[in-house]
Design a binder for this molecule. Structure first.
Ligand code: HC0
Length: 589
C-alpha cells in the first residue's frame, strides 16, 4: 500500500494507483477532460493538474502515480489558476455556440467553463481564424471539427476498443486536428458507425445524427400510421437519460411514453429477436449437416452472428474472405422492418405506403444499417427512421412527460410478445445463449443442460468467452450430431472480434458458432446509449438484462406464441421461401 495525503486527508492506495484514483477514494472530484475510465491515460489536456507540496511543479493527476508520503493539493490557488487558464484556452479554440449546440447541457467543457467562471474577458476567439469542416455525410455520426478540443478520447476509443483507427491525430502544433484517412468523410473510410467515439466525446465534436424532427413530423401527419419497435438494450438504459440510476428496468414506462408521444403501434424488436433465433438456429443446424454429413466444401463454418451492423461493416472491411461465414439472417431490426410493411400492414389493413416504421436502438450503426440498399425487401424502405436511446429520452423531455411517474403499459400485439431469450440479446453472449437454448432443444428435445437455462460461460465481461456443449442422444433426425461437442465463442468490442477472427483465419480456432457484438458489453454499451458509460454502468445494465430475462414467463424463443403463429399464418417454415425473401440477405465486400 502507498500512503499519501490529499487536501490534508490521509489515504492509502494500491501501488500503481494514480493521484486521480486516490482522490476518488476520498470522494474528492478532480475535473478531467482527456481522461476516460475505459481508455488508456493520455494526460494531454492538463485540466486535472494538482499541486505536489514541496515541488514547484503541477502534475497531471490522471497520469501521475501516487507515491509514499506525497502531499497533494487539488484546489490551491495555483491549481485553480492553472486549470482556469487551460479551460480558457480550450474554450477559445472551441466554437462555443452553446445555446444552439446538440450537447447543450451535457457538454463537459461547457460544464467546466461554468464551474470556473470563464467569462468573455481575455478570451480570443481562435475558431473564427481557422478553417474547419463539419462532416454531415454519415447517416450515423456528425463530426464537427470546430468543437473539437483534441483530447483524443475518440482516437483512443476507435483504436483501443475497436482496433479500427478510423480517427487519428493529423498535423502538429496549432494545425493539429483529429482526422479520418486523408480527411475523407466518415462514411467513406473504415468507420463502422459504432458510435463509441460519440459516447466518449466530451463536447459536441462527435454526435449522433438525430432524426427527432423527422419523427415528430411523421407523428403529426394524419395520413401516416406510426409503428415503433424498441431494441432489447433500450429498456434497461433509457431511465439513465431521464434522471434514474443505472440498472433500472423501464420497459413498461417506455411503452407508456411511446404511446403518449403519439406512436400508433408500440411493438418490440424482441419479437424479431426470437424470430432471428429460429432462423439463425436452423441455419446453423443446416450448415452443420452440410459440413458433417454432406461434406459440402461450400458450407462455411464457423458461422458468425449477423445482427450487429458495426460488426458487419467491420468484417466487410477487414475480413471480406470470411463473409460467407456470416449468418444470412438479417438483424432483428431489419426482420421487423420487412415484416411491418408486409405481414403486419396486411393484418391491420393499412397500406404499407402509409406506414412509417421507426426503431429505437442503443446503437448509431443501426441508422446506417436501415439505409443499406439491401434493406428494402418489403418493397419499401423496411425501417424508415432510427432513433437512439438518447434521442428517445430527448423526445420524452420535449413532450413534457414525467417519465418516472408513468404507469407500466404492455406492448401491443401482434409483434409485441417476446421471450427472456430475446431480452438478453442486449448483453454480450445473449444471442449465443438464446440460440443454444433453442438449438439444443430442437436437436435433443430436452432443455440445455445448464442451471435454469442460464448458460453462464457466455455471460459477463471477459473479452473472449468460450462454451462447449456435448450433444448426446439427439432426436433421430439429428443423429449425425450424436457425440458432437458444439463449440462456441463470444466476443464484444471489435478489438476482441479481431482476436477471434485472426484465430479463425490462421486455423487455430475450431468453433462452430461465434457471436460478435461490435460494442463493449454488447448492445447495452452501444454508441446510442445514455452518456456517461463505464464498466460499472455496463455491469449494472447487464444485471438488469438478466433480471428481466428471469422475470419473463417465456424464456425460450421457440416458445414465443406470436412467433409460432407467424410461421403458421405467413412464413410457413424456417428458412422457407418467404423467410428467404424477407428475413435473409447476403453481404458483399
Ligand atoms: Fe442490439 Fe439487436 S441486440 S443488435 O445489440 O440481434 O442495437 O439492444 O436491437 O437488431 O434484437 C442493438 C440491442 C438490437 C437487432 C436485437 C440483435
Amino acid at each position: 500500500k502507498i500512503n499519501l495525503t490529499i487536501d490534508h486527508i490521509q489515504v492509502s492506495v494500491d501501488k500503481g494507483a494514480t493521484i486521480l484514483e486516490a482522490a476518488k477514494k476520498l470522494n474528492i472530484k478532480i475535473p478531467t477532460l482527456c481522461y476516460h475510465e475505459d481508455l488508456c491515460v493520455a494526460g494531454n489536456c492538463r485540466v486535472c493538474v494538482v499541486e505536489q507540496m514541496g515541488s514547484d511543479r503541477l502534475v497531471p493527476s490522471c497520469a501521475t502515480p501516487a507515491s509514499e508520503g506525497m502531499e497533494i493539493l487539488t484546489n490551491s490557488l495555483k491549481v485553480r489558476n492553472a486549470r482556469k487558464s487551460v479551460i480558457e484556452l480550450l474554450v477559445s479554440e472551441h466554437r462555443a455556440e452553446c445555446t444552439r449546440c446538440y450537447k447543450n447541457g451535457v457538454c463537459e467543457l461547457q460544464h467546466l467553463s461554468s464551474e470556473y467562471l470563464i467569462g468573455e474577458d481575455g478570451l480570443i476567439d481562435l475558431v473564427a481564424l481557422k478553417n474547419y469542416t463539419i462532416d454531415y455525410f454519415s447517416p450515423s455520426i456528425i463530426k464537427d471539427d470546430s468543437k473539437c478540443i483534441r483530447c483524443q478520447r475518440c482516437v483512443r476509443s476507435c483504436d483501443q476498443l475497436q482496433n479500427i483507427g478510423a480517427l487519428s491525430v493529423a498535423y502538429k502544433g496549432e494545425k493539429m486536428k483529429i482526422a479520418s484517412f486523408f480527411e475523407k468523410p466518415m462514411y467513406e473510410v473504415v468507420c463502422t458507425n459504432c458510435g463509441q467515439c460519440v459516447n466518449r466525446c466530451p463536447t459536441g465534436a462527435l454526435i449522433e445524427r438525430n432524426y427527432i424532427d423527422e419523427v415528430w413530423s411523421a407523428i403529426n401527419n394524419p395520413q401516416k400510421h406510426l409503428v415503433v419497435q424498441t431494441a432489447p438494450a433500450v429498456r434497461i438504459a433509457l431511465g439513465e437519460a431521464l434522471g434514474m440510476e443505472s440498472g433500472n428496468i423501464v420497459t413498461g414506462r417506455m411503452v407508456a411514453a411511446l404511446r403518449r408521444l403519439g406512436f400508433d403501434s408500440v411493438l418490440d424488436t424482441d419479437f424479431t429477436a426470437d424470430l432471428t433465433i429460429i432462423e439463425e438456429g436452423n441455419e446453423l443446424l443446416q450448415r452443420l449437416k452440410g459440413a458433417l454429413v454432406d461434406k459440402d466444401p461450400e458450407v462455411k463454418l464457423p458461422m458468425t452472428t449477423s445482427c450487429s451492423p458495426g460488426w458487419i461493416k467491420y468484417i466487410e472491411h477487414m475480413y471480406p474472405q470470411l463473409l460467407p461465414n456470416v449468418s444470412t439472417a438479417k438483424s432483428p431490426q431489419q426482420m421487423f422492418g420487412a415484416l411491418v410493411k408486409t405481414y403486419y400492414a396486411n393484418k391491420i389493413k393499412v397500406d404499407p405506403e402509409d406506414i412509417v416504421s421507426v426503431s429505437i436502438m442503443p446503437c448509431t450503426a443501426k441508422k446506417y444499417e436501415a439505409n443499406r440498399p439491401e434493406m428494402h425487401s418489403s418493397g419499401y424502405k423496411d425501417v424508415d427512421l432510427v432513433l437512439t436511446t438518447r434521442e428517445l429520452a430527448r423526445m420524452i423531455e420535449q413532450a413534457g412527460i414525467d417519465f418516472k411517474a408513468l404507469e407500466n403499459e404492455e406492448f401491443d400485439s401482434f409483434m409485441g410478445v417476446s421471450s427472456g431469450a430475446a431480452v438478453i440479446f442486449g448483453a454480450t453472449g445473449g444471442v449465443m445463449e438464446a440460440a443454444l437454448r433453442t438449438a439444443y432443444e430442437i436437436v435433443t428435445g430436452r432443455e440445455v443442460p445448464f442451471d435454469g437455462l442460464n448458460i453462464t460461460p457466455v455471460r459477463g465481461m471477459d473479452e473472449v468467452k468460450e462454451a462447449a456443449i456435448k450433444i448426446e442422444n439427439p432426436l433421430p433426425e439429428w443423429s449425425f450430431l450424436d457425440g458432437v461437442e458444439l463449440k462456441t465463442c463470444v466476443a464484444h468490442g471489435l478489438a476482441n472480434a479481431k482476436k477471434v477472427m485472426d484465430s479463425v483465419v490462421n486455423g487455430k480456432a475450431q468453433y462452430h458458432f461465434i457471436e460478435i457484438m461490435a460494442c463493449p458489453g454488447g448492445c447495452l454499451g452501444g454508441g446510442g446509449q445514455p452518456i456517461p458509460t463505464n464498466m460499472e454502468i455496463r455491469k449494472r445494465r447487464t444485471e438488469a438484462i438478466y433480471r428481466e430475462d428471469e422475470g419473463m414467463p417465456i424464456r425460450k424463443s421457440h416458445e414465443n406464441p406470436e412467433v409460432v403463429k407467424l410461421y403458421e399464418e405467413f412464413l410457413k417454415k424456417p428458412l422457407g421461401h418467404k423467410s428467404h425473401e424477407l428475413l435473409h440477405t447476403t453481404y458483399t465486400p
